[in-house]
Design a protein around this ligand. Structure first.
Ligand code: AMP
Ligand code: MG
Length: 484
């Protein structure tokens, strides 16, 4: 693999050189062959599972790789933690894929670093498999996300509440720049470091801004906001609850990152929370936009000195941009919801209908994914139409009327709805049972079957029905954990 290590070329205040701690008995558990193709993993490595296990456990460092642990800070559940950083991850370096796009290759669970604090630097197999499944599902759903290349079991136990099998997961991401990375240096008052970081981020992810004059950093925050709005809107489209939207888990390349306590919403309810540590419901499904705005405000604070030497003037400018967030979010969100309902162009008056359907879903405890799948099917199936009429009552009639009045063929409406309404999502109870099977038997058959279905989320394969069922208890007692 041809590594370029632009992050490791920055000043060493941004990271610490750190080598993975070798593991006893690495075995390749999951391998993402399409990702491997894309990354052009050399043939002699790709077909040698023993060599892959050595490399993607961190036992063997490939030539050209300069492993580092990245430094960052972050607000966790609203409280500032001035020193976090990769406590159990090693960035091996950056590689170009077959399309010329640059990717970070990072091992997670690869041993302690200077940032580990009390942690063991390791990762259990369950959370590693969860990250693999969820990120593949999100990718196929069309939601920006980090990817997984491999999960390698270590042959070593990790000690959490119980003793669990250990694993190293290889994460592939456009970068690992986080809001928390900026916060680390802003909190130290190191304005030069913040500028270096910002210029690096612009060069890597917003190159179109490089030639901009003094407005560059304001335009940067505008672009970040635009992309983060799209990200949250996509989460809301598919019912994804991130679960731990701390500022260290918000990436500036704008991909979903950190699949620790995430979950999918079944029954539609904006207040849905599954994370065991989110006791206040801070990161509930419907709070995600508001929290993203809060997180962006934390990034904006870091950039104030780059906007204007006069702090008040900088605050005025930034404040005006941040204040627009709810309005801008709503525009993108309503447009997306309009598409879920098959509206080729969203009109202001449509809001009432859309919200009344969502209210009905909540009131009747209806499943979000199933309802929109059936609404899509109701265009061509009498059975689905009568079920929808039963559940949505007058809202269904109003919706049908609206659909029929618009200037679009039924095929066009069908296509639009199908593109925006998955037939299958990684439902919590299936994710859990597949992970359990992995832990107990060490077999991957169930994960592979599940992944095959999740990789075609807008299409019913013969086996898709096995994964469409809602949880029997509506996920009433479901809880997710950080997995650390
Ligand atoms: P996370 O909850 O995964 O976003 O992690 C928050 C912080 O805790 C990061 O700095 C992680 O590197 C660190 N951390 C989480 N788990 C471990 C662990 N097992 N060992 C060392 N550091 C960890
Ligand atoms: Mg994290």
């Amino acid at each position: 693999m041809n590594f370029s290590n632009t992050y490791a070329c920055l000043d060493d205040i941004f990271y610490k050189k750190s080598r993975p701690t070798p593991v006893r008995n690495p075995n390749l558990f999951l391998w993402n062959s399409s990702m491997a193709e894309q990354l052009m993993i050399p043939n002699e490595l790709k077909h040698d599972s023993v060599a892959l296990a050595q490399v993607f456990s961190g036992n063997q460092i490939l030539p050209g790789s300069e492993p580092i642990a990245i430094a960052y800070a972050g607000h966790q559940f609203g409280h500032f933690a001035p020193q976090l950083g990769d406590g159990r991850a090693h960035l091996l370096g950056e590689v170009f894929d077959q399309f010329g796009q640059k990717w970070d290759i990072q091992l997670k669970g690869s041993g302690r670093t200077l940032f580990s604090r009390g942690g063991d630097g390791r990762c259990a197999l369950g959370p590693a498999v969860r990250e693999f499944i969820m990120s593949e599902a999100m990718k196929a759903l069309g939601v920006p996300t980090t990817r997984c290349l491999a999960v390698v079991t270590t042959g070593e136990p990790v000690f959490r509440d119980t003793t669990l099998p250990g694993a190293v997961v290889t994460r592939v991401a456009s970068s690992h720049l986080r809001i928390g990375t900026f916060q680390l240096f802003a909190a130290r008052g190191d304005q030069q470091a913040v500028k270096t970081l910002c210029d690096y981020t612009i060069e890597r992810h917003y190159p179109e801004l490089q030639e901009e004059g003094p407005n560059k950093y304001l335009l940067f925050i505008e672009k970040v906001i635009e992309r983060l709005i799209r990200l949250v809107v996509e989460w809301m489209r598919v019912g994804f609850i991130h679960g731990v939207m701390n500022t260290d888990n918000i990436s500036l390349c704008v991909e979903t990152i950190d699949y620790g306590p995430c979950a999918m919403m079944g029954i539609y309810d904006p207040e849905t929370v599954y994370s065991s540590i989110d006791t206040q419901g801070r990161y509930a499904f419907g709070s995600q936009p508001e929290i993203m705005q809060w997180n962006i405000a934390r990034l904006a604070e870091c950039l104030l000195p780059l906007i204007n030497a006069d702090k008040n003037k900088a605050i005025d400018k930034m404040g005006a941009i941040i204040a627009e967030f709810p309005f801008r979010f709503k525009q993108v969100y309503m447009k997306m919801m309009g598409k879920k309902f098959g509206l080729t162009s969203f009109q202001q008056e449509d809001q009432k209908l859309l919200f009344s359907v969502l209210d009905r879903l909540k009131e009747r405890k209806l499943d979000y994914t199933i309802t929109f799948d059936f609404l899509t099917k109701s265009l061509t199936s009498e059975v689905a139409a009568s079920q929808m009429k039963n559940e949505l009552e007058e809202c269904f009639d109003l919706w049908q009327k609206r659909i029929n009045e618009q200037d679009a063929t039924s095929q066009e409406v069908q296509k639009l709805m199908r593109q925006n309404n998955p037939v299958v999502i990684p439902r919590n109870h299936h994710v859990e049972s597949v992970i359990k099977e992995c832990e107990q038997t060490g077999k991957v058959t169930l994960v592979e079957n599940f992944l095959q279905v999740l990789r075609s989320p807008y299409e019913e394969l013969p086996q898709t029905y096995q994964y469409q069922d809602p949880p029997r208890d509506g996920d009433a007692d479901y809880e997710t954990f950080c997995g650390t």
